[in-house]
Design a protein around this ligand. Structure first.
Ligand code: NAP
Length: 490
């Protein structure tokens, strides 16, 4: 990958706020730096929105809502479809940009462009299919009309780990429903969202329908937007800790909320599993995005009769990984997002080892520029270890064992999170029992990757509220009205 190509791409990324269809600097002139986690170098300096800029973005979204909410759904659909086509054309640019600001290997970044683009296509298809109902009331005295309406201006907050897909997963259904939005990407990875706003403008998006604010003080800027009575919806993807705080703030305005929060996914391998497939699934569920996915398998709960073979086989695979800058050919593991992430992986492994776990591969930060941690396998992880309770968010595969199905279920459900679970078994009845017994919003049954724009993504328990994608996704941005009229024959 040539340095010239990277420089040319970065120079083409807007460095301002996108408010009311106009690119501009922040009102107080402040900026912040965006770095490349694989080198530690600054790659772009961009505007840092003030509280006043956040309010200006909401002003623009409120103005645009008047016309966008009345724009025929077919027109909204066609705009999303044009955005999908443009994203497909610009796939390599978006993939490289994500690799530069977030660190994921280029092949995975391309996969994210495909996944992120699918939300544009899916919701372009859903936009014109929102239906109401008409029918007689049971008494026969009236006619009941049930109609759907856009909720209003929305505030969308996205995390750094999937800079494109987490934005399109919110923006596409909001626009399809007739809502306008203010988007705030994470300060660590704002460039992809800015570049996507440029794409939307190129696709013909009317001014003010999507506004993007980047800021180095997300708390203050967000507090003011969430407290504004004109805002009607808050959609957040990020940690449970921040999600809880935002939910409390949203309570004041009784806002509609969607919360896609943290996970602690169990990956259960039964003695009757197809071990080849379980190993493939484990590698995908654990190491995709360098382990930094809310859906990442966090706890490998493996039947004691196959645990040693499973551990040996995943260790062999991990030893074959290539770690490096995501732009280099053949790299499978890029850097972690920052020093804190490296420190967390180190602490969790050290705690597990101090309680009796064995390191089979990796286990250390890598001494090179950037924030790298070795792809790691730890087996014999003992109950009570922090690594079984906390979201690892790094390339560490932790194995613990069980003897009976009931025990596997108890271990898997022993978490406050409930986003996703993975189960490997060839026994159909057992697979069906697991669907009913594991307390998660999603399950991969004999599969290690399950995200799909056509499916309702979301969690139970502390993993969140609401669903993104699927037929459900657009309803997060719609509100229902029931109207009663007299029986026209009475
Ligand atoms: P985070 O620290 O909670 O940040 C997420 C977003 O919230 C960022 O845009 C961040 O902006 C912003 N933010 C932080 N504090 C805020 C505040 N006080 N007010 C308003 N906004 C605030 O999470 P993260 O570290 O970026 O992401 C990792 C977490 O996201 C993990 O727990 C992961 O499981 C979860 N996640 C969940 C899903 C899902 O669909 N369930 C998907 C992806 C990730 P700044 O960083 O600029 O402050």
């Amino acid at each position: 990958m040539s340095a010239d190509r990277e420089a040319e791409l970065l120079a083409g990324v807007p460095d301002g706020l996108f408010i009311g269809g106009v690119w501009r600097g922040s009102s107080d002139g402040t900026t912040f730096d965006v770095g490349d986690p694989s080198t530690g170098e600054v790659i772009r300096t961009i505007a840092s929105a003030s509280v006043a800029d956040g309010t200006a973005a909401l002003d623009a979204a409120c103005d645009a809502f008047k016309s966008w909410s009345r724009t025929p759904s077919r027109e909204r659909a066609e705009l999303l479809r044009r955005a999908f086509d443009l994203l497909t054309e610009r796939r390599e640019e978006f993939a490289l940009l994500m690799t530069l600001e977030m660190g994921k290997p280029l092949a995975e970044a391309r996969g994210e462009v495909t996944y992120g683009g699918e939300f544009l296509r899916w919701f372009s298809e859903e936009a014109a299919h929102v239906q109401g109902r008409y029918g007689a009331n049971p008494e026969g005295t009236g006619r009941m009309i049930v109609s759907q309406h856009p909720v209003g201006p929305c505030y969308l907050i996205t995390p750094w780990n999937f800079p494109l897909a987490m934005a399109t997963r919110k923006i596409a259904p909001a626009l399809a429903a007739g809502c306008t939005v203010v988007v705030k990407p994470a300060a660590l990875t704002p460039l992809t969202t800015l570049y996507f706003a440029k794409l939307l403008a190129d696709a013909g998006l009317p001014a003010g329908v999507v506004n993007v604010i980047t800021t180095s003080h997300s708390g203050d800027v967000s507090d003011a937007i969430i407290a504004d009575p004109r805002l009607r919806k808050l959609s957040f993807t990020g940690s449970t800790e921040v999600g809880r705080k935002l939910l409390a703030q949203a309570a004041n305005g009784v806002l509609r909320t969607s919360m896609e929060l943290g996970g602690n996914a169990p990956f259960v391998v039964f003695e009757d599993a197809d071990l080849d497939k379980a190993v493939d699934g484990a590698i995908a569920a654990k190491f995709r995005n360098i382990g930094q996915a809310c859906t990442a398998a966090n706890r490998f709960i493996v039947h004691s009769s196959v645990a040693e073979e499973f551990a040996q086989r995943v260790t062999e695979r991990v030893r074959g990984f290539r770690t490096g800058r995501g732009t280099e050919d053949g790299v499978t593991i890029g850097p972690l997002i920052d020093d804190r992430a490296v420190a967390k992986a180190s602490e969790l492994v050290a705690d597990a080892v101090s309680r009796g776990a064995t390191v089979r591969a990796g286990g250390h930060p890598i001494d090179r520029p950037g924030t790298f941690y070795e792809a790691t396998v730890v087996s014999d992880v003992q109950p009570g270890s922090d690594i079984l309770r906390e979201e690892i968010f790094g390339p560490v595969l932790a194995i613990t064992t069980f003897a009976e199905e009931d025990e596997a279920v108890a271990i898997a459900n022993d978490t406050e999170y409930g986003l996703v679970s993975y189960v490997y078994t060839q026994n159909l009845a057992r697979g069906q029992r697991m669907i009913e017994r594991l307390a998660t919003g999603m399950m991969g049954l004999n599969l290690g990757v399950l995200s799909n724009a056509a499916a309702p993504f979301g969690g139970w328990k502390l993993s969140g509220l609401g669903r993104e994608g699927g037929a459900e996704g657009i309803h997060e941005y719609l509100q229902t009205k029931y109207t009663l009229t007299p029986n026209p024959f009475a």
